[in-house]
Design a protein around this ligand. Structure first.
Ligand code: HEC
Length: 131
């Protein structure tokens, strides 16, 4: 009798475990929505992965934070956002971000071609919303 309980219980525990581990994705997506509700999801995903770490209100990267703070970006007026987007566009078109020095130690931080295209298109003001 007891043995017949064991297998289903283990199966359920296994499923719960799998669910638990996949939840991390959902959490970061939620944080992103809080970060910038107006930004298309595909743009947010790239920013979160490749830019946010240095450019946020709590960043230890003082220079990066001073130049661009995504937390503040969200709260600023549209006109200021547009100016920041233009700056981002210019910076990216020169291939300056993420910084080359940082990429030496963390090559996986590099923007893929599609990441770059996503950010370039968005920062140029052509919002291709993919919510
Ligand atoms: C490893 C940390 C780091 C990452 C990752 C990073 N940045 Fe930066 N960013 C910096 C620093 C540091 C500066 C200041 C550079 C300076 O003043 O010389 C900066 C400056 C900038 C500036 C201002 C440039 C200017 O001339 O005013 C923009 C725009 C920018 N970053 C955009 C981005 C974008 C977009 C991403 C993601 C693709 C990104 N950054 C990823 C550290 C980072």
């Amino acid at each position: 009798m007891k043995k017949s309980f064991l297998l289903p219980t283990l199966a359920i525990l296994g499923l719960l475990f799998i669910q638990g581990t996949s939840k991390t994705d959902a959490v970061s997506e939620y944080e992103l929505h809080a970060l910038a509700p107006d930004m298309p999801a595909n743009v947010k995903a790239v920013v979160e992965q490749k830019c946010y770490g240095c450019h946020n209100a709590e960043s230890k990267n003082e220079k990066g934070k001073a130049k661009l703070d995504w937390d503040a970006f969200e709260a600023t007026k549209k006109s200021k956002q547009l100016a920041t987007m233009a700056k981002i566009n210019e910076t990216l078109s020169k291939g300056e971000m993420p910084p080359a020095k940082f990429l030496e130690n963390k090559p996986e931080g590099k923007l893929s071609e599609s990441d770059l295209a996503t950010l370039m298109e968005w920062s140029a003001g052509k919002k291709k919303s993919k919510e």
